[in-house]
Design a protein around this ligand. Structure first.
Ligand SMILES: NCc1[nH]cc(CCC(=O)O)c1CC(=O)O
Ligand SMILES: [Mg+2]
Length: 334
């Protein structure tokens, strides 16, 4: 018989994998409930629950129902919710002024959540897409081009409105240039010195946002137009580092990469380069893919979701925004 291995194979990586105890001892990354941020959709009304068709298991909830969900999150130990409003057509306009209405859906939800569960972190989305008739994240000119500086002025009002309502974290997801600095200045000026900014710094123009746009009802308004002139080109990586550097300089406390799984290389580069609190958004389309496969019994849902989350951790993410947050928190308790 031919000998293909030396008689004394000194290095055998499989030794450490042989038993559970040594596998556990060498485990480099661990997922805990502290890594989870739960994105939720809120809508007007009372006792209202609407299923999101393209995201089975995800619902739009009125404030009273959302409070029950929030209570469950607190019990599970989930650190924070990310709030997304479903805004009725009649409140959408070209100037998006509902975005900074202190009696709007978001500020009312924030007040209700903070009053009931002061320890639960509340993150609000700063962008105009729920409030514009055309579904773009900013104000547009006659040609439909999304204007930068004019939009930033409105985003500042929106962020202040959220901070006044008690939001712990404002999260600009619009990708306008200079908005982090402008929002930080305004927050400091108004003495909201503890309001954290989670910057969607490297947000790509992704097709994986499709189900989210159904959930908030902006898909119809957006029609065939796209967000290519402000969200990033999926082909780029160096550009993400430039965007993150700017946001940190302008006063971001946390930076984010979005989407998640197809962009883990970006998460790793950002974490290595800057070493700041770094988050990834496991977006609606990623949720939908896993859910659809699970519903067909093509994938083991729990095993695949937990493996996906470990991938985020391995890539360097300090936390993940995921629609699976409540399921994961329960699985981790089992
Ligand atoms: N400012 C909009 C916004 N905030 C979060 C998401 C996507 C989240 C998801 O897909 O889960 C989007 C969609 C978009 O940019 O069109
Ligand atoms: Mg930027």
């Amino acid at each position: 018989m031919e000998i293909i291995l030396s008689q004394f194979l000194a290095i055998r990586p499989r030794r450490m994998r042989k038993d559970d105890f040594s596998r556990r001892l060498m485990r480099e990354n661990v997922l805990t409930v502290n890594d989870l941020i739960y994105p939720v959709f809120v809508l007007e009304g009372e006792g209202k629950i609407e299923e999101v068709k393209s995201m089975p298991g995800v619902q739009r909830q009125s404030i009273d129902v959302l409070l029950k969900t929030a209570k469950e999150c607190v019990k599970l130990g989930i650190p924070a919710l990310a709030l997304f409003p479903v805004v009725a057509q009649e409140f959408k306009s070209l100037d998006a002024k509902e975005a900074y209405n202190p009696e709007g859906l978001v500020p009312r939800t924030v007040r209700a959540l903070k009053q009931a569960f002061p320890e639960l972190g509340v993150i609000t989305d700063v962008a105009l897409d729920p409030y514009t008739t055309h579904g773009q994240d900013g104000l547009i000119d006659d040609t439909g081009y999304v204007l930068n500086d004019e939009t930033v002025e409105v985003l500042v009002k929106q962020a202040l409105c959220h901070a006044e309502a008690g939001a712990d974290v404002v999260a600009p997801s619009d990708m306008m240039d200079g908005r982090i600095g402008a929002i930080r200045d305004a927050l400091e000026d108004s003495r909201f010195i503890y309001t954290r900014i989670m910057a969607y710094s490297a947000k790509y123009a992704s097709a994986f946002y499709g189900p989210f746009r159904d959930a908030v009802g902006s898909a119809g308004n957006l029609g065939k137009s796209n967000k290519y002139n402000y969200q990033m080109d999926p082909a780029n990586s160096d550009e993400a580092l430039k965007e993150v550097a700017l946001d940190i300089e302008e006063g971001a406390d946390m930076v984010m990469v979005k989407p998640g799984m197809p962009y883990l290389d970006i998460v790793r580069r950002v974490k290595d380069e800057f070493g700041v609190p770094t988050y990834a958004y496991h977006v609606s389309g990623e949720y939908a893919m896993l859910k659809a496969a699970a519903q067909n019994s093509w994938l083991d849902e729990k095993a695949c979701v937990l493996e996906a989350m470990l991938g985020f951790k391995r890539a360097g993410a300090d936390g993940v925004l995921t629609y699976y947050a409540m399921d994961i928190a329960r699985w981790l308790k089992e």
